[in-house]
Design a protein around this ligand. Structure first.
Ligand code: HEC
Ligand code: HEC
Ligand code: HEC
Ligand code: HEC
Ligand code: HEC
Ligand code: HEC
Ligand code: HEC
Length: 404
């Protein structure tokens, strides 16, 4: 299962292990009871502490949408938002009842006028969708529902990277409103979505559309007749766990097919980061977090194209772990067998509530992704101010472990 990690990844892992060790030594030398650096003193939080606090996050680092669905569909518009709600106290309570949790995207009240997805949803997915409604029946505004994972969730928001005023913005802020007997709380997480999938760097031109060229090449290479079957859903033949599609037997899954086929082709573009040939992208910079600032790039965590195409991987599941590189005495990372996005640490709080979404581990280079931390504690980065959740600083030290 494990693909050989690049030298840089190993170096990165070593660097973190070393840093961890130095941190421990400093702690012993200083005799400090806690391995945590004190939360920086700075401006006051912008949101004064109240009875409730909530943290919103996207399940993925970024979702991809397309500008045009008339010929091919790789991924439909489909953002999934999660929110963890706490009642502040000396021992904070994680709430899955007694409040309502609603969402909207202030800059985006419409989507169907920005993409032809609603015209092609029926031939592609066999469901006729009302304008602005996504594949799971949720629109751009509504309520989240509690899950057994102790957060609130709404799946399949059909968000697009274009605001109502026509501005391109892959990092639009949502507004999450928690309302309960004790009052209200507003959280402002990002809804990351981009259509900067640059297949057109190599496909199309001379009067042929990008998708038309892809289908023609596919037909020529594999004897299919996709050009006559538009619009084509790739996952109707190639398995894609992102869509819950099993695919036809004996065919490579979509991730393996695309990464494997292009492994020796993308290098020719001369991009600094070859993953940005198809992932968003040179302009969007979906990997926008603390790791970018430390020179850790896609391939350091994921391996190269061939590693991503490894047939032993389960796409969307066999993914890097924080614990591959980070080690720190007393700190636990992902729960066994779970992804970062599904794991909890410290008292049942989800990893992403304190750290942000994958690829947006705070502090980020994007102002939008720093908004929640800034609002709650007056500084960016991980949520490390105890009183964001506890009403007074606990006398016992912080623990970073997966069992509460
Ligand atoms: C670096 C340039 C490059 C980029 C970027 C690129 N392709 Fe390709 N792709 C090619 C070339 C070249 C071929 C034809 C290869 C051949 O004929 O052997 C090809 C072939 C294909 C084929 C036909 C399969 C086959 O076995 O020949 C499909 C399907 C395809 N690409 C899909 C995509 C999609 C989808 C994207 C964007 C997500 C994309 N490509 C991005 C260069 C690229
Ligand atoms: C009707 C079924 C069907 C559909 C729909 C389909 N494919 Fe394929 N695809 C195939 C078959 C069959 C092969 C050949 C597989 C083999 O030789 O093992 C193939 C091969 C490929 C390959 C080459 C894999 C390799 O390892 O060389 C790529 C890339 C690919 N498909 C991408 C796509 C993309 C992208 C889409 C959507 C635009 C798509 N396919 C839609 C049936 C399909
Ligand atoms: C030629 C286009 C192309 C390039 C280049 C590319 N990807 Fe992808 N990638 C895709 C497509 C298309 C999907 C969506 C597949 C699906 O829906 O299952 C995807 C999905 C993924 C996924 C999620 C599915 C999985 O396999 O777990 C990962 C991880 C990933 N890519 C990593 C990378 C990395 C790392 C690089 C650079 C080394 C890279 N990709 C370069 C086209 C590309
Ligand atoms: C610091 C390490 C790191 C870097 C750098 C990184 N990733 Fe990831 N990536 C991860 C982790 C960890 C996950 C799994 C998250 C989880 O378990 O919930 C992931 C998940 C993914 C996924 C699946 C969807 C999702 O967001 O969970 C895709 C696609 C992906 N990465 C592509 C990329 C691409 C493309 C780049 C570079 C532009 C990149 N990654 C850079 C660590 C990294
Ligand atoms: C490929 C190795 C690698 C992976 C995987 C990885 N990181 Fe990192 N991370 C690093 C490196 C290298 C640094 C910079 C060195 C440092 O500051 O410790 C760093 C820095 C950080 C920092 C800043 C640490 C500090 O004290 O300033 C945080 C927070 C962080 N990573 C969280 C995560 C999370 C959360 C994940 C999983 C979603 C993750 N990392 C996955 C290599 C990695
Ligand atoms: C209550 C908030 C909170 C939760 C929940 C949380 N963390 Fe952290 N995490 C922190 C703090 C605070 C630090 C220390 C940052 C520092 O050194 O100042 C940290 C540090 C880290 C680091 C960097 C460790 C290092 O120094 O190399 C990683 C990686 C990490 N956490 C991953 C996770 C994962 C995975 C989960 C879920 C299982 C998780 N965290 C849950 C607050 C949290
Ligand atoms: C994101 C919210 C959040 C932050 C920030 C946070 N905690 Fe907690 N903490 C919790 C939750 C939730 C519990 C579980 C309470 C329970 O068991 O009912 C908890 C429990 C604890 C406990 C166990 C004993 C108790 O009071 O229940 C200690 C000790 C603790 N936290 C210390 C800290 C320290 C020290 C910090 C700051 C470095 C901190 N926490 C930051 C949410 C948070």
């Amino acid at each position: 299962m494990t693909s050989p990690r690049s030298t840089r990844a190993r170096n990165a892992a070593l660097a973190v292990a070393t840093f961890g060790a130095i941190g421990l030594m400093a702690m012993r030398l200083g005799g400090s009871p806690t391995p945590l650096a004190p939360a920086p003193k700075g401006p006051e939080p912008l949101t004064p502490p109240g009875p409730y606090v909530a943290f919103g996050y996207n399940d993925l680092g970024m979702h991809c949408s397309q500008e045009d669905y008339s010929e091919i569909c790789i991924l439909p518009p489909f953002n999934t938002m999660r929110v963890q709600v706490l009642r502040r106290g000396s021992e904070p309570d994680i709430l899955t009842e007694d409040v309502t949790v609603s969402y909207r995207i202030p800059g985006q009240s419409r989507a169907a006028d920005k993409s032809n997805f609603w015209t092609y949803a029926e031939p592609l997915f066999g469901v006729a969708l009302a304008p602005d409604v996504g594949l799971t029946g949720h629109g751009l505004t509504g309520n989240l529902t509690p899950t057994p994972q102790n957060h609130w969730e709404v799946t399949g928001i059909p968000a697009l990277p274009v605001t109502d005023s026509g501005r391109l913005d892959p990092y639009q802020l949502a507004e999450i409103k928690v309302t309960g007997e004790l009052g209200t709380f507003i959280a402002r997480p990002v809804v990351p979505v981009s259509s900067e999938m640059s297949c057109s760097l190599c496909h199309g031109g001379n009067g042929v559309s990008m998708a038309g060229d892809i289908l023609a090449k596919h037909d020529a290479a594999h004897g299919t007749t996709l050009v006559d079957q538009k619009p084509v859903l790739c996952a109707s033949c190639h398995a894609d766990p992102a869509l819950g599609a099993d695919g036809a037997p004996f065919l490579p899954n979509l991730s393996k097919a695309v990464h494997g086929k292009h492994a020796d082709l993308v290098g020719g573009l001369g991009l600094d980061n070859e993953c940005y040939a198809c992932h968003p992208g040179i302009r969007t910079q979906c990997q926008r977090d603390i790791h970018l600032a430390n020179g850790v790039e896609c391939i350091d965590c994921h391996g190269d194209m061939n590693a991503v195409a490894d047939p032993n991987r389960i796409p969307w599941t066999t993914l890097p772990k924080c614990g591959d590189c980070h080690s720190r005495p007393g700190f636990q990372f992902e729960q066994p067998g779970k992804l970062f996005k599904d794991s909890i640490g410290h008292g049942g709080v989800h990893c992403a509530a304190c750290h942000g979404s994958p690829h947006a581990i705070t502090p980020t280079i994007t102002a939008a992704d720093n908004t929640q931390a800034l609002n709650l504690q007056g500084h960016t980065g991980v949520i490390n101010t105890c009183t964001v959740c506890h009403t007074q600083t606990p006398s016992e030290s912080f623990f970073h472990s997966v069992d509460d």
